[in-house]
Design a protein around this ligand. Structure first.
Ligand code: SF4
Ligand code: SF4
Length: 463
């Protein structure tokens, strides 16, 4: 039978090469003999296995077995089959309990945390209704996630308590497991709140951007005063009393990207169990990075990957969330037909009880897709998804990362394309280089025999 090459890419690494199969996001360490056979036959549009030398045939049959050589004329895997949002039960609800904040972070999408003066708190009855909706509409799913978000969610503890208690009661009656997570700026934590989180096993992330000078530059109060010294004692109480791991969620502006390692070390020194570092979204042109700044960030992430590798060789996991999430996906061979779960069982509910495609798009009328009374409107979800993915299929078709990225975050794309007027694809170079860092690290860990360590990441995914 005649075969043709499935889309693949070879990454040269120190100890050999990695063969990456695009369709299945599969990774294989290969030696020079396999690479030579691929080089010999790789430019032929088709390969007839009966007409190659015996030694080449052995290698090519191995490549066929791992679906790198496929029967000629097989269906192409891109564009992927598009699912119907209606087929997806609710699995994750992001509840915006407070569209208000006591800080004025420089990179905040909500007009520096002020919400343009339109701050709103979710009332407790609506919080309970949202919790009931999540459980009732979850079909046969056994695992549900309720994410409590803001603004600053701790401005509205009554709604948090109402939502958590109702969701727990409903989930328990339905025989489902519920995960509750919450991201806070930490300023309003107190003993009662910490004990509520402990009793209800809430997984808490604290937005803390690093050492005082850096954090205070990013996350001041409305008065201009920094928030670091206020947060620190509250966070210590949380770290000492919470039964779940507590993560620090860092946001850095492009001029701060050279400080990633220092930030990581500072936060680990405070006792956080894990640290994730996100580049600030380009809500305005001055936060849109230039090439040099992107290089600096990638160099910082590459340095973190080297530290990760050294720790793994000592049998330890470096708790850097960015790499843990990516390694988990690579290890599971998790491919993406869509960029994220938004609209496919993942929806946000804002403080007024309206559904949005994603929490970061809450408040944008074009992404409102129904409300708690009427339920999400499948037609509106389809139309939103159609709008945010328009033009991506063609752009992504020839990209080796398409099954890992699938077009990128809708919110980030929307910001760049609609707010800044930058054409699609402006973040691709960064995405590709970041994925390559992850792939090379993954190969390195496999090479080092760190399979048991990798297996621990299997349950980790992003949004
Ligand atoms: S990196 Fe760019 S071209 Fe590649 S899949 Fe992602 S969005 Fe598409
Ligand atoms: S990837 Fe982006 S669009 Fe999708 S859920 Fe996450 S933040 Fe929202």
């Amino acid at each position: 039978m005649t075969h043709e090459w499935a889309d693949h890419r070879i990454f040269e690494v120190e100890d050999g090469a990695i063969l990456y199969g695009v369709d299945h996001a599969s990774l294989f360490l290969i030696d020079s003999s396999v690479q030579e056979v691929i080089n010999r036959w790789g430019n032929d549009p088709t390969v007839d296995l009966s007409k190659v030398s015996e030694s080449d045939r052995d290698v090519l049959e191995g490549l066929r077995d791992i679906r790198l050589l496929i029967p000629a004329g097989s269906a192409k895997s891109w564009p992927p089959v598009r699912f119907d949002p209606e087929e997806f039960p609710m699995s994750t609800m992001v509840l915006e309990v407070a569209q208000d904040c006591n800080l004025r972070c420089t990179y905040c999408y909500a007009e520096g945390g002020s919400y343009g003066g339109q701050s709103r708190l979710l009332d407790s009855e609506t919080a309970r209704a949202a919790a009931r909706y999540l459980v009732k509409e979850s079909g046969d799913l056994k695992d549900l996630t309720l994410v409590l978000f803001g603004g600053e969610p701790l401005l509205n503890m009554p709604a948090i308590k109402a939502a958590v208690e109702e969701a727990e009661k409903m989930a328990s009656a339905a025989g489902k497991r519920l995960l509750v997570s919450l991201t806070t700026n930490g300023t309003l934590l107190n003993a009662d709140i910490v004990s509520f989180f402990r009793d209800h096993r809430v997984v808490v992330s604290v937005s803390l951007d690093g050492p005082p000078d850096l954090h205070d530059a990013n996350r001041p109060y409305a008065s201009g005063k920094g928030s670091y010294s206020k947060i620190l004692p509250q966070v210590q109480a949380l770290l000492e009393n919470n039964t779940s791991a507590v993560a620090a969620r860092v946001t850095l502006t492009p001029d701060q990207w050279s400080r990633c390692e220092e930030v990581f070390d500072h936060l680990m020194g405070l006792g956080f169990h894990e640290v994730g570092i996100a580049p600030a979204s380009p809500i305005s042109k001055d936060l849109f990075p230039d090439q040099e700044q992107e290089d600096v960030l990638l160099q910082s992430f590459a340095a973190m990957a080297r530290r990760f590798s050294r720790a793994a060789r000592e049998g330890r996991i470096l708790p850097f969330a960015n790499l843990i999430e990516l390694l988990g996906r690579l290890h599971m061979g998790q491919t993406k037909a869509v960029a994220c779960g938004a609209g496919y069982g993942y929806l946000a509910v804002d403080a007024g009880g309206e559904f949005y495609l994603c929490h970061r798009l809450a408040g944008e009328k074009d992404f409102e897709v129904g409300n708690l009374e009427t339920g999400p409107d499948p037609e509106k979800i389809r139309s939103c998804l159609g709008h945010v993915t328009a033009g991506k299929d063609e752009m992504c078709e020839k990209c080796w990362a398409r099954t890992l990225c699938s077009g990128g975050c809708h919110y980030e794309n929307h910001l760049r394309e609609n707010t800044l007027g930058i054409p699609p694809g402006s973040s691709c170079n960064f995405i590709l280089r970041w994925l390559q860092i992850g792939i090379e690290l993954y190969a390195d860990l496999r090479h080092a025999g760190a399979d048991k360590l990798l297996a621990q990441f299997e349950k980790r995914t992003g949004c």
